[in-house]
Design a protein around this ligand. Structure first.
Ligand code: URA
Length: 223
């Protein structure tokens, strides 16, 4: 079996474990666990916040209005959701779509680290504040850091963290769509830069630090 096939199989095993997860009280209110979806060998991974009502019902990420916007933004750079991998910080819906709580993020974080370790994306696009703060390990909000790539290591994978506004922001503030489109327009060059010899990255698994985690390897705005 190829390396990619093995990783896809491991992702399915992770999905199975997630479906039985009772690590936090969100498991009691969920209809479905929203594991994530897309190409298990994608170069580009998106990480949102948490499932909403539509995602909780279908078990798929970003299928509501925000999902339509994400599809449009992807289409604008010539990609479809089948070519990327989409996951969330939380895999279960918080009641009433409230914000994720620190203890829920802490319980769920290991699953996201495993997903990154298995998909091995070159670029991780964090959608909004929760994903950005979790992956950067820094409290700066999305208004300050959107559009600024940051090299990180997560789950033993060197990647470029690229924070953008959460698409739902464009549902409330129409002008935000232009900002999102501008930030998305830079993604293709980040994908290419990630594979250039001048900017080496490792797609090979490395011994993960225990416990597996996230380390920002430089300050924001280096690129
Ligand atoms: N918002 C998110 O952050 N994730 C989803 O899956 C849907 C909406």
């Amino acid at each position: 079996m190829s390396d990619a096939a093995l990783r896809a199989q491991a992702l399915e095993g992770l999905a199975e474990r997630l479906r039985g997860c009772t690590r936090c009280p969100l498991s009691e209110g969920r209809t479905m666990v929203v594991v994530g979806a897309g190409d298990p060998d994608a170069d580009l991974m998106f990480i949102g916040e948490a499932p909403g009502a539509n995602e909780d019902r279908t078990g798929l990420p970003f299928v509501g209005q925000a999902g339509g916007l994400l599809d449009g933004l992807l289409g604008g750079i010539g990609l479809s959701r089948e070519q990327v991998f989409i996951a969330n910080v939380l895999k279960c819906r918080p009641p009433g779509n409230r914000d994720p709580r620190p203890e829920e993020i802490a319980e769920c974080r290991g699953f996201l680290v495993e997903q990154v370790a298995l998909v091995r994306p070159r670029v991780i696009c964090a959608l909004g504040n929760f994903a950005t703060r979790l992956l950067s390990g820094h409290p700066d909000g999305i208004g300050r850091v959107h559009g600024q790539p940051l090299p990180i290591t997560m789950g033993g994978v060197d990647a470029i963290l690229y924070p953008v506004y959460h698409p739902v922001a464009a549902l409330y503030t129409r002008a935000m769509l232009g900002t999102l489109q501008e930030d998305f327009a830079r993604i293709p060059s980040l994908l290419t830069a990630g594979s250039a010899p001048a900017s080496p990255r490792s797609r090979a698994p490395r011994p993960a630090p225990a416990p597996p985690g996230v380390e920002a390897t430089s300050q924001l705005g280096l690129f």
